[in-house]
Design a protein. Structure first.
Length: 96
C-alpha cells in the first residue's frame, strides 16, 4: 500500500495527495460544466432542432437507400395545398 492512499486503498491520506485529488476533481467538474453550458446555448439548441427536423423530413420522403418516394411527396404537397385553400376559405367567410 502506498502512503498516498488511506486504509481502504481508495482515499488519499497525505495532504498533498488529498490536494491533488481535489484539484483533479475540480478540473473534471469544470470541464463537465463547460460542456453543459455549451449544450444549452440557444444557438446550439436551435441548430440541433433544425438538424433533427431536416433528418425527419428526409426520412419521411425517402427510403433507406435515399431514393425519393414520390407518392409521399405528392401526398404532402396535396395536404399543404388543401391547408392553404382551407385557410383562404375560412378567412373569406370571416370577413363577410
Amino acid at each position: 500500500m502506498s502512503d498516498d492512499s488511506g486504509p481502504d486503498g481508495t482515499t488519499p491520506s497525505s495532504p498533498e495527495a488529498i490536494e491533488a485529488a481535489i484539484l483533479a476533481r475540480r478540473a473534471h467538474l469544470a470541464g463537465t460544466l463547460d460542456e453543459l453550458v455549451e449544450r444549452v446555448k440557444p444557438a446550439n439548441l436551435a441548430h440541433d432542432a433544425k438538424d433533427e427536423a431536416v433528418s425527419r423530413a428526409r426520412d419521411a420522403v425517402s427510403d433507406e437507400d435515399g431514393n425519393l418516394l414520390y407518392e409521399r411527396i405528392v401526398a404532402i404537397g396535396a395536404a399543404a395545398v388543401a391547408l392553404v385553400v382551407a385557410v383562404v376559405v375560412l378567412r373569406r367567410r370571416s370577413r363577410r
